[in-house]
Write a protein that binds this ligand. Sequence first.
Ligand code: PEP
Length: 257
Amino acid sequence: MRKFIVAGNWKMNTTPKTGKELVKKVLKKAKLGNVKVIFAPPYIHLMQTHKLLKGHKGFFAAAQNMHQEEGGAYTGEISVGMIKEIGVKYVIIGHSERRQYFKESNAILLAKTKKALENGRKVIFCCGESLGIREKGTHFQYVMRQLSATIFKLTPEEFRNVVIAYEPIWAIGTGRTASPEQAQDMHFAIRAAVKKKMGEKLAENTPVLYGGSVKPSNALEIFKQPDVDGGLVGGASLNADDFSAIIAAARKTEMGR
Ligand code: PEP
């Protein structure tokens, strides 16, 4: 059975000091049950975050990105070897901000994903359409094309360590959330596509997270959808009370499944 996951993407927010305080507060407040919780801090406190989580069952750290090469003259980048050596299991790849501001193409994202998986990491792979595409009504085709050009090129063996995050760009950081039905429809389509490409077992076992203005007031309704297996949370993950409330909504849903 697939896991329920709540992942917090801090983006370029928090400092080592405020990041440490945030983790400690969540560790005190949150009751996980079988839910997995992931923190993705900026690189500078990734190692600190990973260490703070040691001994706390169900909590993990994630890198927000990594380079596709193993090393070399790539100023400002980090490699999978660095992530591996500090023991961090998860890497977010393909966030829409990486695609938009850093021009990461599907080909680059596939190379990054392969490199992470080859090195024993787990990948949270993001996909999602812009407002223009949603309004045109071609969002299903668009997301399927994103997946076909990237993670659907993996072998089933590689795919075992992939978590998918559906994040409609129009809902990220805008306060505008996809309705539970809109989320479910896309998650259902994604799972059906995984089944076609990778087989029934992987379709059943692959967590598909929703991302886009998840907050305590809407988390439960979204998480209750049968093909939604948790959330990738930006803004609300920066507040310990809000993030803990989202984890509580995930726990409640997970217990009812
Ligand atoms: C994100 O950036 O992954 C995200 C979902 O952000 P927010 O929750 O702030 O919309």
